[in-house]
Design a binder for this molecule. Structure first.
Ligand code: C5P
Length: 243
């Protein structure tokens, strides 16, 4: 059976210029599954960079976390679909109507314009939030309950999956009843790497074992002395810990 371990790795292109991003893509494209463009790079390099990268055959996750009134998010999602991204995300806290209208609009444009349907992923609770942060904005739930609540809402609205920290993958797998529901997980680290600002960390293998489908990894790869060696160690860790 072919080993698709590398396909689980999404490299976060958290860099300030398109030039730097292109360099990382060139170095890593054969060794990982996909790349993620977030708010920083998208703000500076924009749709042009996305188009160019997609045209070059790269699987791109547009991580700009849409959150607005339903029609605005649905329309922005249609444009993301036209750009050809492989995956994009929207804030689940935007609510059921915002999510289901997005799913519907994306489906429609794909049928009409013969486009590939991107995976639509719900953002649950940001990893930088804790119970205090939730309370400040009027949410009395603990983080795990809120993650589960939003994961179920995302599923009911027809989304393909959610973003969630390694700590919440197991609870989602156990309680969200859909086998093909995707979990995209940031915040993984190999034991020998500094933890940057990731507060609660797991190894790649532990995260996969806990139920993650895709791992979003940035600094441990981009800031490594040898990026390909960092990827090799991550793949090795997944193979040895999650089997
Ligand atoms: O920490 P690392 O550089 O691997 O981060 C990769 C991605 O993970 C970031 O682009 C961000 O979206 C996400 N992240 C997160 N929580 C953190 C740090 C990063 O969700 N505390």
């Amino acid at each position: 059976m072919a080993d698709h371990t590398k396909d689980r790795i999404i490299v976060a292109l958290d860099v300030p210029t398109a030039e730097e991003a292109r360099m990382h893509i060139a170095d890593l494209r054969d060794s990982v599954g996909a790349f993620k463009i977030g708010l920083q790079l998208f703000t500076v390099a924009g749709a042009g960079f996305v188009r160019e990268t997609v045209k070059d055959g790269i699987k791109l996750f547009l991580d700009v976390k849409f959150h607005d009134i339903p029609v605005t998010v649905a329309n922005a999602s249609v444009e993301a679909t036209r750009l050809g991204v492989w995956m994009f995300n929207i804030h689940a806290i935007g609510g059921s109507e915002m999510m289901s209208r997005t799913v519907e609009s994306v489906k429609e444009v794909c049928e009409k314009e013969n486009l590939r349907r991107p995976k639509i992923i719900g953002v649950t609770v940001l990893t930088s939030s804790n119970r205090v942060t939730l309370k400040q904005v009027g949410l009395e739930m603990n983080v795990a309950d809120q993650v589960l609540n939003l994961a179920n809402l995302s599923k009911s609205a027809g989304l393909d999956g959610v973003v969630a920290s390694p700590n919440e993958t197991e609870i989602i797998r156990k309680n969200v009843s859909r086998d093909d529901f995707l979990i995209v997980t940031p915040g993984v680290r190999l034991g020998n790497v500094e933890n940057d600002d990731q507060k609660r960390v797991m190894t790649p293998g532990e995260a996969i074992l806990g139920g993650a489908d895709y791992l979003v990894i940035g600094r441990p790869i981009l800031q490594a002395e040898d990026k390909l060696e960092a990827v090799r160690q991550i793949i090795e860790n997944i193979r040895s810990e999650s089997i």
